[in-house]
Every structure is written in structure tokens, then in C-alpha cells.
Design a protein around this ligand. Sequence first.
Ligand code: NAD
Length: 478
Amino acid sequence: MPYPKLEMLIAGEWTNGSSGKSEPVICPADGTTIGTLPHASTADLDAALQSSLDGFNVWRKKTPHERQTVLEQAARLLEDRFDDISANLTREMGKPVGEAKIELRVAIDLLRWYAEEGKRVYGRIIPSRFPNMQHEVRKQPVGPVVAFVAWNFPATNVMRKVAGALAAGCSITIKPSEETPATAIAIGKALTDAGLPAGVLNIVFGVPPEVSEHLLASPIPRKLSFTGSVPVGIHLQQLAAKNMIRCTMELGGHSPVMVFEDCDLELAAKMCAAGKFRNAGQVCISPTRFFVQDSIHDKFLTLFQQQVEAVQVGNGLEENVNMGPLVAERRIEIMDGFVSDAVSQGAELVTGGARLQNAGSFFAPTLLKDVPETARIMTEEPFGPVAPTTRFSSLDEVIERANSLPFGLAAYAFTSNAGTAGILKQEIETGMLAVNSLHVHSVETPFGGLKASGYGHEGGIEGLEAYLAARYSSEIYA
Ligand code: NAD
């Protein structure tokens, strides 16, 4: 099936906009141009903003049951179009189509879960200290939302924001990544085909800083939700501050994995490799600093190396491939830089370490041993298929080293000691921690970081709360 025509959704119309500008969409597996993406003009952005205000005033007045009916129909349409959407997700982003299908399944689950949870937005009555008085708190949609998201999960990054906002009764204007537009458009088409009123969802594309500066300078948005890197998150938060727009910031991470001597080493090696090379390491919660306890270090490294070397790299549309290309050519140079810097500082390159010579932006699954803490890859988010490992001796030491970076998104530990697990849950400074697995997200659990990794959540009731404002009223009833 062909890669779809790329359009924007503005005020209920699918359109090329009025800027006359566009950019190519490149398939990372072979470097070919697969689509042409139109850019919004400032007039288009203004139209999107005005329609998001008009759409908000329609959508907020619908009952949660009416909203759920539309969102459920969109979920069904996404299921009907499942194979085409997931194949195009792989074409534009590179991940193996099996991973694309899992991602799309999660995106549909998110839509259904939020739509149902929107029916359970409860307020509360607070006993008054004065006679015959009642305090009432109700949760209401916060207003029109503006969102920007990264390319690494073209379906779930978009859906986490769109489903949460719509289920809460907000309208939303989203700028998905220009590198992965077809998946976002497919989500938009399912929603408009399901009967979402005009203006409730707008999808725009353009030069990212220009789009965000224009949208956030408007008094219309009441909420900003961003998924991307820390520097861009800080910049957008500054723009939002001028109009007192509240923010959710889902930013980068640098997740420690602590492999203790009392764990199941084979299981840990298998899970670490599966987690590390999922989406070619281009995952905000990807395990990125492997701390291995001295006594089992060599044994674990041997098992880990076997797993790393078993990863099958290739075009994600082909069978038996479990790692695709990096999202774009620019990421290859970044990986080369991390590897050569680590090696120049004394790390040992165990396997991989270079681009693979077929067409497309492929980089070999890479394992580095005894990486010094001064190597750039130990402090900067790698966002690629490179696993740096180091040794530790005690629990206190590994906690201190794991917590030493400004990031605080996810952390992982492998241990059979309940006491160790309990201490880690208390002491590790991240929004999410998994013990004996790398599983830190489900649609019904809160996903979000601490420290420089941002604040606020997506998923779980916290994800819905992000789009709600508490409104208080009092009444003397007698
Ligand atoms: P990036 O911040 O450069 O870009 C992310 C997205 O924001 C892209 O779509 C980009 O077009 C857009 N963008 C960039 N500058 C912008 C601006 N000034 N205004 C509006 N939009 C702008 O990040 P990247 O390197 O492309 O993506 C990877 C980063 O995203 C990593 O740091 C990763 O950890 C993070 N991420 C975080 C989460 C999370 O939930 N915490 C999830 C996925 C990715």
C-alpha cells in the first residue's frame, strides 16, 4: 500500500495550507523520499488557534459518554486500518514492523482507556466550618491545548496527548514530528472520520521553533504538553511562561541499569539486550548506563555480548529483523562520536561500533566495556544502539552513581534481594523504576520523570488530570 498523501488538519479541513512551503519525508532504511509534507503559514496557525477555541466550546459541552462514543469509533477505525498504518510507521521511522504493530496497539489502548476514564472525572464535597455552607470542587477541562512531540514513537507520543486532552474535554493543536507525519495524520483521520467536531483537533507542521513561537504567543492555549529533549523543553517552557500556560514536560533520560550479583544473569542479559536495542535505542526510557557488580561482571558481559551479537539488523519491513535503521543520517555521526570518545578515554569496544554499510542509516548494535564516567556517553543521552557498561561494588556506591546525573526518568535493577529492591524504590531519583524487568509503562500507570527529565505525567489517572483544572465554589443553602 502506498505512503499516504500528507496534509494538515486545520479547522476541520484536510489541507496543504497557504504557505506554499514543504519538506521531503525520507525513509531511513534506504534514504529515498517517500512523501512531501506541507508547512503551515502563520495565517494557517492563526486559523488553527481560533478553531481550537471554537472547537473547545463545542467539545467541553458534550457529555463524557458522547465523547467516549466518538473516541471508541476512532479506535475501531484505527483497528480497521491497522496493517497499513503500522507499515507506514515503519517506512517513515524505521522500527521493525512488529514493534510498529505493538506501538499502534498501545496507542489504540490509550485511546480506549482515556475515553472510558473520562467518564470518571469526579469532583468532591468538602465539609464546611460554617453552618449551612457547602464547598464544592469540580474538575473541568483546562482549555485549548498545544502539543509538540518527538519522532521516536510516532503513534503513542501523539496519542498520549491527543487521547488525554480529548477525553478530558479539551481541544488540541498538535505539531507531530516532521520526520514521522503519516502516523499522526492516520490518527487524525480516524478521529475526523469518527465524527470529531471541527477544530477539536488540529494537526500542523512547519519549522518547529517558528510554529511553537507563534502558537505559544497566542492567549488561546491554556496548556502545553511536550515530548522531546531537555533543551527544547526548557525553551518551550519559557515561551509558555509569558502567557502563564501550564505545562507537562516529558523530556530526555539516561536510565541506569543496576545488575546485582544475586540476580538471574541470563534473564537480565536477555532483557537488557531486548530493552537496549528496541527501536534501535531511540527510546527516552532506554537503558543507557549499565552498572554491573564486580563479582559477576565478566560472566554477565559474556552473556550480554551473545545477546547483542544476536540482534538482526535490517529494513524493518523484512521478516526476522529486530532492529531497524536510526531515524536519520544525522544520528550516525552522533553514535560515531560517542564510541570514539569512550574508546579514546580507555573503554573497550566489545562488539559493533560502526555504521553498517548498506544503504540507509544503520548502526551496528554496540557494546562498550569499562567505560569511564568521564566519557560523554555516560552523561549525555545516547539515544541510539550503544550500550556502555561499567563496574560497581556496593549498593550505596551504585545508588550514588545512578543518581549523579541531572536526568530522572527511568531506572532498572536486577536483583533477587527484596531488601535491595526496597531500598532502590526509596532512593533512586527517577519517576519510574522496574525491578527484574524493563517494563515501566502501561496505559493505566503514570509515565513521567523527575529532575531535568521534566514533570507531569501521561497515562494513568495522572495523565487525565493533566488536562483538568480544579474549580471551587461555595454555597450557603439555608
Ligand atoms: P527534540 O527536542 O529536538 O525534538 C522533539 C520534537 O520537538 C520534534 O518533533 C521536533 O520537531 C520538535 N521540536 C524541536 N524544537 C522545537 C521547538 N523549538 N518548538 C517546537 N517543537 C520543537 O528531540 P529529539 O532529539 O528529536 O527527540 C529525542 C528526545 O526526545 C530525547 O531527548 C528523548 O529522550 C525525548 N523523548 C522523551 C520522551 C518522554 O516521554 N520523556 C519520549 C520520547 C522522547
